[in-house]
Design a protein around this ligand. Sequence first.
Ligand code: UFG
Length: 339
Amino acid sequence: MKILVTGGTGYIGSHTVVELQQSGYEVIIIDNLSNSSVEVVDQIAKITGTRPGFEKTDLSNADETASFFRKHGDISAVIHFAAFKAVGESVLEPLKYYSNNIMSLVHILTAMQKHGILHLVFSSSCTVYGQPDVLPVTEDAPVKEALSPYGYTKQVCERIIQDTSPVSGTQAIMLRYFNPIGAHDSALIGELPLGVPNNLMPYITQTAVGKRKCMDVFGGDYNTPDGTAIRDYIHVVDLAKAHVIALRYLSGQKNKEAVEIFNLGTGKGYSVLEVIRSFEKMSGISLRYQITRRRPGDIEKVWADTSLANNVLNWKAERDMDDMTSSAWKWELELKKNI
Ligand code: UFG
């Protein structure tokens, strides 16, 4: 089976391509390389021994997308990662986010319908829940008003898939990721943030390696045991494996609804300070950090109820926080070697 992975040179996309290839799938990647590098394709080939197909294509361009699908009539399913994901940037440049994230999906769904491709796995996010009223959060918790254009694009895309499916026959799985961190065991692929990282893990590793002087812990006065915010961090390899399982579930026609939603997390919440402690233990480095004001738009705490993915998809996150922080550190050290 030939699988199209959009955004396949990105962080989660590249790890998923590896898992797909290692499960026997043929993969073709589309990426516009706006936030990743084509060398990732070589790195994937080093890990798996097989070079995935690659085409630089801008999915927000209707003609480019249509012409890609005309050339590749043998695609059996699509995993759609390609999207902008920086929350702060989306507030400053909302149209960039609306045109890219939403139009790319529209163009893909149009092409899938035209070519009779029925199976879609879509990258959604726990951001759709906002601050949930009940924890752990289940898939049927209400979708809260989005705090950023980025968050809103995830809500709109979920809705577009729901609305399109009865008309086009698309069978979709929407995966709501909690906070993916860590890197592949080989340290050949990992997260490659451009410029100053927004997210916690790359900020920790860049501070430890000396690229940043000191790290800000945003908020020490949350209503949590140590005062810092809590998230459900998930190892990117566990997350990647879930995509292969979701695809098999769709192709095995195991789905009960045309569109199904699953939380992907570990089900455990860690505070920012607990992540730092794990990092310090695994790296042997004492991290320079200071507790500062809360970051605007941050929620206090969220973690997943993962029973649906555990029981229905038969998937469970296997790697713990120490695996996450140690693999992220190994990857940062590998990046340092290559500078
Ligand atoms: N944090 C710090 N210092 C930093 C960076 C982050 O203390 O330098 C804190 C944040 O305040 C938050 C936690 O670390 O409490 C995690 O922050 P991230 O930026 O890594 O991730 P978020 O929870 O903010 O979520 C991000 C996006 C969401 C998306 C989610 C999962 O903001 O929209 O990743 O993909 F859904």
